[in-house]
Design a protein around this ligand. Structure first.
Ligand code: AMP
Length: 459
């Protein structure tokens, strides 16, 4: 097995890695570090959790050692390396890693992102930083205010490029790249490679080495399970799974900000300490929730895809897809939050009938099928939420949910959340763990077709 010293890293960097407990390089580090130390451009196909941050950061740091701040007259505009990330969370996390890797070398780093007072960032930039981690919008704010200059940048890293594309950062990226010196090293990482990403790579990278680690594949250490369930029962099923299996540090994904808030509120009412993070939360609120989640005082963090991007928690054990993502590649990103750097993790998807088409896309992308596991009491054909029937509007087909038995109005998802919580009669919560029932392999869609008679088959 290769060790970090054999990759050609300097003793002061090796010392920091040793202190962090990094024993041997991950596959992407093994491939990227020697190439990047030689100054070649790199296109990396790697999802979060593979160790890609160290893969680009370590050689970048080593190549900047000649520019290290020796304490004498810092250059006026000394930014030498620019790392762009799609979200604040990822930017913060990348810069935290860089600070740790730079513990024994005199290189200065800073992270700039929107949503916080720009004035606090200016004095630090003035004093001089060699490595800047930024989200595109805030970087351009600084450029416009002339509070930083990019004329000395010799290394550009685009992290999670596909997400930058999804978030509409392409025009900003182009503007930023146009401000950089032509002579520079470029590294671009992306979990997925749609056409636009390939075009972007062509326009930015110069004869890059293509390095691929588990592209579009989910990490082998992640156990993936999917529970078919009527959409009206998802919230109760989630609470049931968390309570009966005593799950802790559960990251739950919802499709919308509204759904995110509502689910967190409902889980709190069900006695599960939960908080929500999404784009409408302030940076302070997000940091507070993330810190509580990381330290384990917050049991459930409900998040939208954008807000969850870049969350890095050592060995995050559980990720739940409360709503399946409409874009299959987001599934790979989501479950990349768990089973990180070799740790075990479990990705749980709650799938209602109207989501089976998204499920098929996901299975196509990851190249395997997710075995349906029915949780007794939550059979997918049965809505069985009597408490809501009298309140809910009669909109049986609105969300394409055809699983409700005849005579029972299906409840639109939003209406369900609007209704005050009234515990259902079903023995869902605070019960002893129930064994999961694995049905014979069959078409997932068929599971939704007819209401399953409670707890008969396969017991
Ligand atoms: P990343 O994919 O860069 O987000 O890294 C995922 C996690 O793996 C982070 O918590 C890193 O600190 C950790 N990590 C990265 N490289 C190594 C390594 N060689 N050995 C142990 N942990 C690592």
């Amino acid at each position: 097995m290769t060790n970090f010293a054999e990759l050609g890293l300097a003793p002061d960097i090796l010392r920091a890695l040793d202190e962090m407990g990094y024993v041997s390089p991950t596959p992407i580090q093994e491939q990227v570090i020697p190439l990047a130390l030689r100054g070649g451009d790199i296109l990396g196909a790697a999802q979060t959790g593979t160790g890609k941050t160290a893969a680009f950061a370590l050689p970048l740091i080593q190549r900047l050692l000649p520019f290290a701040n020796t304490g004498t007259s810092p250059a006026k505009h000394p930014i030498r390396a620019l790392i762009l990330t799609p979200t604040r969370e990822l930017a913060i996390q990348v810069e935290e890693s860089i600070k740790t890797y730079c513990k024994h070398v005199p290189l200065r780093s800073l992270v700039v992102y929107g949503g916080v007072n720009i004035n606090t960032q200016i004095p630090i930039l003035k004093a001089g930083v060699e490595i800047l981690v930024a989200t595109p919008g805030r970087l351009l704010d600084h450029v416009q205010n002339k509070t930083l200059m990019l004329t000395q940048v010799n290394t550009l890293v685009l992290d999670e490029a596909d997400r930058m594309l999804d978030m509409g950062f392409m025009p900003d990226l182009k503007r930023i790249v146009a401000l950089l010196p032509a002579q520079r090293v470029n590294m671009m990482f992306s979990a997925t490679f749609p056409e636009e990403i390939r075009k972007l790579a062509d326009s930015i990278l110069n004869n890059p080495a293509f390095i691929e680690v588990a592209r579009n594949a989910t990490a082998v250490t992640i156990t993936q399970v999917m529970h078919p369930v009527h959409h009206e029962r998802k919230r109760q099923l989630l609470a049931h799974l968390i309570k009966s299996r005593d799950l802790r540090q559960v990251l739950v994904f919802t499709g919308t900000k509204l759904g995110c808030n509502r689910l967190a509120n409902e889980l709190n009412k069900l006695g599960l300490h939960a908080d929500a993070i999404h784009g409408d939360k302030t940076q302070q609120e997000r940091i507070k929730a993330l810190d509580a989640f990381k330290t384990g005082t917050l049991r459930v963090l409900v998040a939208t895809d954008v807000a969850a991007r870049g969350i890095d928690i050592e060995a995050l054990p559980f990720v739940v897809n409360y709503d399946l993502p409409h874009n299959a590649e987001d599934y790979v990103h989501r479950i990349g939050r768990t089973g990180r750097a070799g740790a075990q993790g479990e990705a749980i998807s709650l799938v209602s009938e109207s989501e089976t088409r998204y499920l098929r896309d996901i299975e196509k992308l990851i190249g395997s099928t997710l075995d349906p596991v029915i949780v007794p009491g939550f059979e997918p054909g049965a809505a069985d939420v009597p408490a809501y029937q009298s309140r809910a509007p009669r909109q049986p087909e609105r969300h394409g949910e055809r699983g409700a038995p005849r005579g029972r109005p299906a409840v639109a998802r939003d209406a369900l959340f609007d209704a005050p919580y009234v515990p259902s009669d079903a023995p869902l919560l605070d019960t002893a763990p129930v064994p999961l029932r694995q049905p014979p392999k069959k078409q997932v869609a068929a599971l939704f077709r007819s209401p399953v008679k409670p707890d008969t088959a396969g017991q």
